[in-house]
Design a protein around this ligand. Structure first.
Ligand SMILES: Nc1nc2c(ncn2[C@@H]2O[C@H](COP(=O)(O)OP(=O)(O)OP(=O)(O)O)[C@@H](O)[C@H]2O)c(=O)[nH]1
Length: 392
């Protein structure tokens, strides 16, 4: 194991730029945007010092414009669109989605997290290809179109609506990411799931070829709100919208290589979406255990964490003044280590109030814990730099 600072060409920046997970949890939640929980898509106060286009509101991915990407959830009635949005972004327990009412108007949900974006939930009965709808307004600032298909229901009609939608938007907006969620697969056998996916892929490919759109890329995900598959699918959707993804992956690779880490995830604590991971293959079990670990840490922090007030409530703060970065920096970042029965270790370090690094390593790796801690600190500083450069 070596120090990451060496691998990063001697880069060393001792400036601390960390935020507290606990403090994030204790910040006020706006009743207008939070329908279901404490996270509720609110905008926590406090600056996002050092976090650029991906962090704190701006996005320069598509076409270089500083915009908030929009994720459109579309599909037939009762396919599970509102449930997905509620479970992933508002911590709604999956069983409570049974009581969700049918959406009658477009639900626009601003999500303020490591990257600000909007989630628009379309009522299933709405025909947005109708000429009375402002097509450009709906698809103009799109990051991804997420088409939800209920795999437990008859899907040929919804599929043909998907095809006509792709054909309609491709002509004007060819760079849109099209993501098909083959949803509610929890009740299906593995064989049936794969057959359904194969059938949907084949029919879509045939339809697009007939329309002369062979080159259109469509991604397919088997999802359910009753397990981690929905979070994993969203992770992949969001990752495509992060301009710095390649750099984040390289940093994670270097961290793993130099610290004896087998798998590392950079998680958004708000949604449990991972925004980057190293390039070793993701196995579901590692992802699930890391995702569960975040839940535990978040819950324990919320119940037992001490009350660290936001900078605006600290003594000496004058209303109207921008809180000094130093005040944010005084809070130590949360960290935690758990030894698992199988000889592995889970290592968590909060990077800022939105992101946490979670690593899986063998217990021998912790014999040099000081080195691992140091490398993680260097990784944290490098990450801050990446976003600073992106912003400038
Ligand atoms: N088994 C299963 N049921 C699900 C899943 N996701 C959603 N549901 C159920 O599907 C039903 C419809 O979910 P909604 O989220 O209201 O569907 P919608 O697409 O928003 O419906 P509209 O608002 O009418 O367009 C609810 O009873 C959910 O509990 C899933 O992954 N598995």
């Amino acid at each position: 194991m070596t120090t990451l600072a060496n691998s990063l060409g001697g880069y060393e920046d001792t400036r601390k730029n960390s935020y507290s997970l606990e403090r994030f949890l204790q910040e006020p939640v706006s009743p207008t945007t939070s329908r279901y929980g404490r996270f509720g898509g609110t905008s926590p106060s406090g600056s996002m010092a050092g976090m650029g286009p991906v962090m704190g509101g701006e996005y320069r991915g598509l076409g270089g414009n500083a915009r908030r990407p929009r994720l459109l959830l579309m599909g037939q009635k009762r396919s599970g669109k509102s449930s997905i949005s509620s479970v992933v972004f508002h911590k709604m327990p999956p069983t409570e989605t049974l009581f969700l009412e049918s959406t009658t108007r477009i639900q626009k949900d601003p999500i303020h997290s490591f990257m600000d974006f909007h989630v628009w939930d379309f009522p299933g009965q709405l025909d947005f290809l109708d000429p009375t709808f402002d097509f450009d307004h709906i698809f103009g600032e799109l990051g991804a179109l997420i088409w939800v298909i209920d795999a437990q229901d008859e899907y040929l009609d919804p599929l043909s609506r998907l095809h006509s939608t792709i054909i309609a938007i491709q002509r004007t907006y060819p760079i849109i990411n099209i993501e098909v969620f083959i949803h509610k697969v929890d009740g299906l056998s593995d064989e049936y799931k794969l057959d359904t996916q194969r059938d949907i892929m084949q029919r879509t490919q045939d339809e697009l070829s007939d329309a002369g759109l062979d080159s259109v890329q469509v991604s397919y995900h088997l999802t359910s709100i009753y397990d981690h598959s929905i979070f994993e699918a969203f992770s992949k959707v969001i990752q495509k919208l992060i301009p710095q993804l390649g750099t984040l992956e390289n940093l994670l690779n270097m961290l793993c290589l130099n610290s004896g880490i087998e798998k590392a995830f950079l998680f958004d604590v708000l949604s449990k979406i991972y925004i980057a991971t190293d390039s070793s293959p993701v196995d579901v079990q590692s992802y699930e255990i890391c995702s569960d670990y975040i839940d535990v840490i978040v819950d324990v922090s919320e119940i037992y964490g001490y009350d660290r007030k936001p900078a605006t409530q600290l003594p000496g703060y004058t209303p109207g003044e921008t809180p000094a970065a130093d005040e944010e920096d005084t809070a130590p970042e949360a960290s935690s280590i758990i030894r698992l029965q199988n000889g592995m270790v889970l290592y968590l370090r909060e990077i800022n109030k939105y992101l946490a690094l979670i690593c899986l390593m063998r217990k021998e790796g912790l014999e040099k814990q000081g080195l691992v801690d140091f490398n993680v600190q260097v990784f944290q500083n490098a990450l801050t730099r990446v976003f600073e450069i992106g912003r400038s």
